[in-house]
Design a protein around this ligand. Sequence first.
Ligand code: SAH
Ligand code: SF4
Length: 414
Amino acid sequence: MADTNLMPIPGHIDPVPVAREITPRADGRIDLIGLPRARIAELFAHVGLDAKQAKLRAKQVFHWLYHRGVTDFEAMTDIAKTMRPWLTERFVIGRPEVIEAQHSTDGTRKWLLRTADGHDFEMVFIPDADRGTLCVSSQVGCTLNCRFCHTGTMRLVRNLTAGEIVGQVMLARDALGEWPKGRMDFAEEEDEGSYSADGRLLTNIVMMGMGEPLYNFDNVRDALKLVMDGDGLALSRRRITLSTSGVVPMMARCGEEVGVNLAVSLHAVTKDVRDEIVPINRKYGIEELLAACAAYPGASNARRITFEYVMLKDKNDSDEDARELVRLIRKYKLPAKVNLIPFNPWPGTPYECSTPERIRRFSETIFEAGISAPVRTPRGRDIDAACGQLKTAAEKKSRAELERLWAEKQAQLG
Ligand code: SAH
Ligand code: SF4
């Protein structure tokens, strides 16, 4: 049951990958979504196939599951008709349950999803002219408590399983009608990322939904491997970005074992301010974080690290802050771009968004130093699509409750 345990105390990093048990379903069947080929083969062998058969069937089933998006064993036409009921009796092909699906006037789509054990989490799809980005959650809630983030006010936390993470991407492909159809014998010719330019809506993934992905590293890595597998969802790692608040000890492994683009929620350039708004800073400070960015495997001028910077009025938005940001990026010789995010307020928040004029000046100061610093346009405002804002619409907390929760979480951080 390791997958459904509550999160360990923030800061606890277990560098040893522990084999995760599969949560049994009430009907005794096993959900295959989230499992790699080798694990599927093991399960097939365990329920009676000989090793060679198990491996062959696992390869076929893997293709149907992750490449074709099939949710019924009966649709697996290259598997013997007699074998399909045998599979159905023992296994299921799961998807997160959709509780609510909303469509914004600007095309943004948002889903409230539920795990099999009743936890709600969210997923957002943002279409643009040249790309479509799916914002994927890694946890239910977050153990961290960035003060401007609604997810940080949620107490209940559990890691999402690899199946629940890759399941979000699969559900989005279901909803957008984007599974490959037709012939099955071309798999070998396809390399990773071959879908990038074929007119699909879903072209990019950002791990920027609920939760801190580097506190759920093993499951996030396993899910993204399925997303990147050429015979799986076949999305290039160049089109995947993982956003972290700065879990420094896990950053190198993220680069080495997953190799996706990195985004870092910097949000402040002085210790005092970052300690307040991104409290993990008390554990891993700005200099340590930027040194880890400089060492991030795969970062280059062609693959820059994105620094996310939420614009908070009179908190982190002065010209001096902008100049300090430039100085820090230069000091660590970072191939960087800065994403300026207008703060999206929520009930009970202690902050306000900077004025448009201030945001423009801040952006210009950074641009003038030769560093790209676009202002992200808020999307899906009419459906509260900013991460962490869907689930809690129904769970409004009083100011006193929020203060208590922050004090509690900060005490855990030490
Ligand atoms: N935990 C990870 C990823 C999820 S948060 C992280 O912190 O990076 C994804 C991004 O949304 C972060 O940059 C976060 O700072 C930003 N964000 C959270 N709440 C916001 C709000 N109310 N307005 C604007 N951006 C917000
Ligand atoms: Fe967690 Fe990220 Fe929100 Fe911070 S910004 S509370 S790390 S989800």
